[in-house]
Write a protein that binds this ligand. Sequence first.
Ligand SMILES: Nc1ncnc2c1ncn2[C@@H]1O[C@H](COP(=O)(O)OP(=O)(O)OP(=O)(O)O)[C@@H](O)[C@H]1O
Length: 360
Amino acid sequence: MHDGSGRIAVQNLTKTFGAVTAVQNLSFTVEPGSVTGFLGPNGAGKTTTLRMLLGLVRPTAGTATVNGRQHHELGNPARVVGSVLDNGSFHPKRTARDHLRVYAAAVGVPDSRVDELLGLVGLAPAARRKAGGFSLGMRQRLALATALLGDPQVLVLDEPANGLDPEGIAWLRQFLRSFAAQGRTVLVSSHLLSEVEQTIDQVVIVSAGMTRYFGPLENLRQGQRSRVLVQPADGAALATALRESGITEVEPTQDGRVAVAGASLQQIGDIAAKSGIAVYGMEEQKADLEQMFFQLTSPQYSGAPIPGQPPAGQQAQYQQQSLYQGQQYQQQYQQQAYQQQYQQPGQQPQPNQGWGGQQQ
Ligand SMILES: Nc1ncnc2c1ncn2[C@@H]1O[C@H](COP(=O)(O)OP(=O)(O)OP(=O)(O)O)[C@@H](O)[C@H]1O
């Protein structure tokens, strides 16, 4: 028997297709009661992972389970996990209603459920139209209705916003949130953070078939706190003055400015004025989650070592959550770039770089 938890657990999952490693030692968990985004660029291995979770592809190594069981062990899987992996597998001559009735019979639910779901996904007016003439967005809605027939505890959707109009996207967002609010589990893939950012509360980020981050989206946001870039006459003196005032997140930037986190423009200006340090400019940099996402996933394209990626074979321990880790790797990466910049012939560190040895 499965454990009924609604938990998705992916452990050390690997899939190779000949010479192509689509998924490499991937580990993450998805808890019930939340909407989890499964994010990564094209070709990152999202669909392959979901297909392994749904028993459509056999893993080369590792496991992907729902309720502690692999898909083929779930009994009547449609009652446990509903999924939309593609939206084109309808008999083109069959009406939406007939399509759902065929599946309802297979799952073992009454026809009344079909009409209920047609209404829920907004397809009631098109119930007697043939699916072959449906738009992409209508096919998405029909696919979702099919996934929901068995009233599953877990919903797995691959790029569900594809083809939906803005109204459809807003509806889907609302629907997924209320589904999760009932204590159910939602895993939804996308290659665009902006597309799912308002829907999800947890996130799994993959790149080149490997887990880059998983945990609350909020942690990722906090890691991208706003900061103020200050152009002072004397960076070292400003850093000292700020630290003496209890503002400790201060570091020099590559362009000779001072980056300050955890303080407002006004606070910094007041401290500088009190200490007699001239300030020629201040700029507030807002947190940019998209940028963070891009930094986490872009090495897939560049072939560069992935910051935050543990050495091969240690990914199971990498696991999650720690944005702190992510930040560390990011900083390490930035520092390397910084060092490389000044290692180039003819370039010297600027005089106000690295003061106080405080850069973290
Ligand atoms: N059946 C297959 N045979 C060979 N290679 C495959 C197969 N399925 C997937 N791949 C390869 O595995 C890698 C991951 O593909 P996958 O479709 O899982 O990525 P994805 O993250 O879902 O991408 P997208 O956002 O573009 O859908 C790609 O390099 C892809 O070409």
